[in-house]
Design a protein around this ligand. Structure first.
Ligand code: ADP
Ligand code: MG
Length: 285
């Protein structure tokens, strides 16, 4: 592919001091440093959602954030996206401190976020138009991402004519078309039936392989985490702090394109048991 990485400008990030970037690891794309978040801080009932979360993310890595419902996963992801500001700590993307949203960080949510009045193609093109991407590059990218998510035959369909899985493919293609450095996904397959979910997980692996995008995905589904993650970060119950950072060594740095293939890997069961143990240890009540 040529010409698919124009400088889209309009970025809302502040540079951090040179001293900081000089010490950063070469392949580290994201540094999350001592994040805290308290909602309604000045009210009689402040909610402490995140407490002292620190981790680095390497380029091309697929990191899964896992933890019990309500523990603070989405809050961590939203702070990475720049949609929520930390009460303390910071997020550094590249060599810049995150202080707001940017097209360098694309977000996919659980609920379908396509424009109902635009066709699939126009939905994929929309963000690029806003970002004033050249028409020829827009056309090229629409084709590429339609193909990538398997929607070539539905280019002229409207979202209401599509199944849930297809709508979510549009949302993913739309986000990827801006060619973000980071793809942030908050329970992206949570609303889908089991079979569609499984197909979408396999699709995400193929997207990760072909686009080399760095992905951070929130889920509370253990099987999804084990299949997708190059690494799983497990959060405690609220306020979220990291209680395990699993390197998934049983995968031996491989990604599996078919979900059933991972089940017979030596070490899979043990990793699954470990996650279940962690989940039980953090159960409410
Ligand atoms: P998870 O994604 O792990 O289910 P969230 O990050 O959504 O959890 O929420 C963590 C905690 O923060 C919850 O108790 C939730 O009610 C609270 N919370 C999230 N967003 C807000 C907000 N905007 N205002 C007040 N409380 C919030
Ligand atoms: Mg959530």
């Amino acid at each position: 592919m040529t010409g698919l990485k124009p400088d889209l400008g309009k970025d809302k990030m502040k540079p951090v001091s040179k001293k900081r970037s000089a010490v950063s690891d070469k392949n580290t794309i994201l540094r999350i440093e001592n994040l805290h978040k308290v909602f309604d801080q000045n009210s009689p009932h402040p909610v402490e959602a995140v407490k002292g979360v620190s981790f680095n993310v390497q380029e091309n890595q697929l990191t899964v954030l896992l933890g019990p419902s309500g523990c603070g996963k989405s809050t961590v992801l939203r702070m990475i996206a720049g949609l929520e500001m930390p009460s303390n700590g910071q997020v550094i993307h590249g060599d810049q401190m995150v202080d707001g949203p940017s097209q360098k960080r694309g977000m996919v949510f659980q609920s379908y976020t396509s424009f109902e009045w635009l066709t699939v193609s126009k939905n994929i093109e929309y963000g690029m138009k806003l970002n004033k991407v050249d028409a020829a590059i827009r056309k090229e990218r629409v084709e590429y991402y339609l193909e990538l998510v398997g929607l070539k035959d539905f280019r002229n369909a409207y979202p209401k004519q599509l199944s849930g899985g297809m709508k979510q493919r549009v949302a993913i293609a739309r986000t990827l078309a801006n060619e973000p450095e980071l793809l942030l996904m908050d329970e992206p397959f949570g609303a889908l039936d089991a079979e569609t979910r499984w197909n979408m997980q396999e699709l995400l692996i193929s997207i990760a392989q072909s686009t080399k995008t760095t992905i951070i995905l929130v889920t509370h589904d253990l099987g999804e985490a084990l299949f997708l993650g190059d690494r799983i970060i497990f959060f405690s119950k609220r306020p979220a702090n990291i209680i395990s950072d699993m390197s998934m060594s049983f995968k031996k740095d491989k990604r599996f394109s078919r979900k059933e293939d991972i089940l017979s890997e030596k070490g899979y069961k043990r990793a699954e048991q470990e996650l279940m143990r962690l989940m039980r240890s953090q159960a409410h009540g």
